[in-house]
Design a protein around this ligand. Sequence first.
Ligand code: FAD
Length: 462
Amino acid sequence: MEFNSLKDEDKRYIKSIVSSERFSTGTSNLDLHARDMSSHPASRPEAVVWPADREEVSRILTYADRGLIPVTAWGAGSSLEGNPIPVRGGIVLDFSQMDRILEIRTDDFQADVEPGVIYKELNHKLRHTGLFFPPDPGADATIGGMIANNASGIRTVRYGSTKDHVLRLVAVLANGEIIETGNRASKTSSGFDLLHLFVGSEGMLGVVVEATIRLVGLPAEFASAVATFETMEDASKAVFDIIRSGLDPAALELMAPECIELINRRKDLGLPISPTLFMEFHGPTRNQLTDAVDIAEGLCREHGCQEFRPGLERAERDRLLEARYAMGEMIRQEHPDYPSIVIDVAVPISAYPEMIAFAREAARKAGTGPAYTFGHAGDGNIHLVINTGGKGRERWQRIEEANHSVVDKALALKGTATGEHGVGIGKTKFMEAEHGRSLEWMKKVKQLLDPNGILNPDKMFP
Ligand SMILES: Cc1cc2nc3c(=O)[nH]c(=O)nc-3n(C[C@H](O)[C@H](O)[C@H](O)COP(=O)(O)OP(=O)(O)OC[C@H]3O[C@@H](n4cnc5c(N)ncnc54)[C@H](O)[C@@H]3O)c2cc1C
């Protein structure tokens, strides 16, 4: 696609739509919107705009579409695959000023929000209502960015990912048209599911300007436990059995010994340095949860669990969860000098032990810097972070090869190249292998909704 760069008259026109305080071509603002949290190269936009409402978004898109100017939506920039990097320049629409919680309907377990709402702030606001919004990617992500990436997190094993919590969207299409899709009913059989076409579309089909999201009741009781194992294989087999047993954990996280060593050191947790499962169960009564934990312990023991610590108090549980959420950031801080690759694959649960073993072997073979394995095990999701451990193309090449082999393996096991981080720049090369002929239909959908290709160009498609 050929695009035009922003001319002075374009800048003047866009500034007239949003006012000059919400338009910037200043270097620091361009730099702040040139990279996400991945190691993908930075690329500056030509202007950053902070829209205040859907009409402004619509007018900007109408103008950009006619002028063939690229437009990339921006939430909090916490993506890990280069998803919001404006690789073709143009305009970045930063949604941080469209951050109003428009309405909370506790009786319907729903909220209407603008896209710039940070999900943690929504949950903070909800804390006295007995409700919460479960998808929890950990970073300070916006709901718009979570919808666009179909984000998930530690609670997804029980409560689902973002797609399971979006009931209605208002989106602005590339040509500036504003459409509303979905409704407030908890289910519907009405028409093609346009709503979910936008979920996971990484801002390439339209820009979300409002969403109705589904909330769920906070559990009356919870029970958490930590199980340590001799090998990763034992731990991952226990994951399979816990899921198969129908115990319905609300969290089932796997951490390799190197991750435990890191969180012990940084968060003073004093856990045994072994392959570890953190699990949590939610339910209406203590008794029910005691039974679930007992059964989980039995299953873990069958797989050589060395230590099983049930009954974590809330404070201890919170410290452990906080450390788990901070894992990615701790790894970054641990290796500030050299880049890392963050591999994020998911496989059917029966293949989880095989996938874990393969991924760790791939990291060992790469033989570059330190590698860390962890993940939302209950979803069959693995994160493998490999650091280059030094400078030079050759090291990067080696971790890229490891990335390739791990994704190829996940696909061979009928899994996916990305469990939750999205395609962005980093996963485009795997799209053909994963989707085959369907990829052509995805391209046709893109062509239909954004014929000039102005929305977040050069992403997703190889
Ligand atoms: C330490 C760390 C841990 C993480 N852990 C997880 C995890 O456990 N699970 C997980 O899923 N992710 C995780 N992530 C990745 C990231 O937080 C999520 O993908 C998150 O959803 C991105 O949200 P954001 O607001 O930062 O969006 P951005 O990164 O700003 O944008 C993401 C995508 O959404 C598009 N977009 C943004 N706003 C809109 C809008 N209004 N309309 C249309 N498109 C839009 C952008 O163009 C881009 O393609 C982690 C990231 C970090 C740094």
